[in-house]
Design a protein around this ligand. Structure first.
Ligand code: SAH
Ligand code: SF4
Ligand code: F3S
Length: 479
């Protein structure tokens, strides 16, 4: 099998942020007519890792495949096309993918016509791509985050030439509209508002894998949201690596606060957004969140570290004092606000004192939820070249210590909810107890309660009867 490289990733090109205007485009497959009869009635299986951006990409790929007569299957053994949609944010995300390819590659030995594809953020990294190309000869299609709109043409190439195709162009990226979507949930939806990232935090691979910050046009976002409202969706999450950078690259005179307000006015019962960077979170945004009851009083505000020197080395563009001032303004203006965060422990050369600043910040902010990570060096990023004198065991100890600090506040918040009644959007059976249903409160707390499956997708009132650190138990309240 010949390997044909249409485009290969390049970290220097991936860093390019020239002031070219974003290109707006619509889906333009070259070989749609020829592909349709070849691919009709085929079965596909997509496995997605990583963040909501990848989940939304899966929905686009599903939409494209279903539009051409393919059907999704739950077991990869039944599939003619397998797509592994990957994440490169930390090493453990990558390890899961290697395990998955290892599990699936034998299927190609059984079925020579199987298309085994890898896409997403991992293959955007040249060293990883080369490793997969060499190690897993069974994988016969590689495409990047920018190539999803070319999916039809890539499948056509693989099927007609039987070559192994690599199409991963490192570029700033465009905005492609009118892509189909087959959504994975029929009452909660993700809507992209801005792609890419220009922040280049020194530890992070995302700006290299996803291209430059480019906003979708205001009316395009509203059109998609309006369709979701009309279809009866209960919750919309506006998505971007940096939602509050929305609009800065357009000349529409609209910012994220304007967009949030316009979507809230469409009447969606629950409006969320993720992720917002503390650096460009404006007072205007806080005022809009406070004003509209259907904008959830939940903000994910990654801090990463509580120490100024570490924040500077991370390239985060804010200091501890500015972050705390932002939190103060949010807590004052938005009653009942729930705050969550991301924290990285063990950034290169982080001292004990610097780490303690993170602990003290956690004790001031008293987060209602948090995601914690041990720093994972990413090839090609500036932090990966920094000296690091902190042994892994020490990072691991700090990680445990941080989790304990966070849990004190999370537990306290959960306990304070007992006895009160909350609106819960019902998701489905609880993972560990089939007798119970589960769902999320407006402040994004997970609640389990005895109920019927007929309530899935509905917002119900639940009284909290018992609290655990990461979940709550409740009972339905008759209205
Ligand atoms: N755009 C989002 C974050 C996307 S990545 C934001 O800026 O908030 C999600 C989280 O992964 C980050 O907030 C960070 O805490 C963590 N992360 C990113 N790169 C990492 C690395 N190299 N090692 C450990 N954690 C990392
Ligand atoms: Fe990564 Fe920083 Fe961009 Fe978030 S803002 S995606 S952490 S570079
Ligand atoms: Fe992972 Fe790419 Fe998202 S690296 S976190 S899937 S943007």
């Amino acid at each position: 099998m010949k390997t044909r490289i249409i485009n290969a990733p390049d970290m220097v090109k991936a860093m390019n942020r020239q002031k070219e205007e974003t290109k707006f485009d619509v889906l333009r497959p070259l070989h749609f007519k020829e592909l349709e009869p070849v691919i009709k009635n085929k079965h596909f299986f997509i496995k997605t890792y990583g963040c909501q951006a990848n989940v939304r990409d899966e929905e686009t790929m599903r939409g494209m495949l279903e539009n051409i007569g393919c059907t999704s299957v739950n077991d990869p053994k039944d599939a003619d096309i397998i797509i592994i949609n990957t994440c490169a944010v930390r090493e453990n995300a990558e390890d899961k993918v290697y395990g998955e390819i290892g599990n699936l590659k034998y299927l190609r030995k059984k079925n020579k016509n199987l298309i085994l594809a890898i896409c997403g953020c991992m293959v955007e990294e040249p060293e990883i791509l080369n490793r997969v190309l060499d190690t897993y000869r069974e994988v016969n299609l590689f495409f990047g985050t920018h190539e999803i709109p070319m999916l039809y043409d890539l499948l056509y190439e693989v099927i007609t030439t039987k070559d192994r195709i690599v199409a991963i162009e490192s570029k700033q990226g465009e905005v492609v509209e009118e892509l189909p979507a087959s959504r994975l949930n029929n009452y909660k939806a993700y809507v992209n508002i801005i792609y890419g990232c220009n922040k280049f935090c020194t530890y992070c691979i995302v700006p290299y894998t996803r291209g430059k910050e480019r906003s979708r046009k205001f009316d395009e976002v509203l059109k998609e949201c309006k369709q979701l409202v009309d279809a009866g969706y209960q919750e919309i999450t506006l998505l971007g690596q940096n939602v509050n950078a929305y609009g800065k690259d357009l000349d529409e005179g609209k910012d994220f606060a304007d967009l949030m307000e316009a979507v809230a006015k469409l009447g969606i019962p629950r409006l969320r957004f993720t992720t917002s960077h503390p650096w460009d979170f404006s007072s205007k945004m806080i005022d809009v969140i406070a004003k509209y009851p259907n904008i959830m009083k939940f903000i994910h505000l990654p801090v990463q570290s509580g120490n100024d020197e570490v924040l500077r080395k991370m390239g985060r563009r804010y200091n501890r004092e500015q972050y705390l001032a932002l939190v103060k303004e949010m807590r004052e203006k938005i009653p009942g606000l729930s705050l969550s965060t991301d924290i990285i422990v063990g950034f290169p050369n982080e001292t004990r004192e610097e780490f303690e600043d993170t602990l003290s910040l956690v004790d001031i902010v008293k987060y209602e939820a948090a995601f914690t990570f041990i720093y994972s060096p990413r090839k090609g990023t500036p932090a990966a070249k920094m000296d690091d004198n902190v042994p892994y065991e020490e990072k691991s100890r700090r990680f445990q210590e941080l989790v304990k600090h966070l849990e004190v506040h999370i537990e306290e918040h959960s306990k304070s909810m007992v006895g009160k009644v909350y609106d819960v959007l019902v998701d489905g059976e609880s993972k560990n107890n089939k007798e119970m249903m589960s769902g999320y409160t407006e402040e994004n707390k997970l609640v389990h309660f005895p109920s019927k499956s007929s309530l899935i997708g509905k917002i119900v009132k639940v009284r909290i009867t018992e609290s655990h650190t990461y979940s709550l138990i409740g009972e339905l309240v008759d209205e």
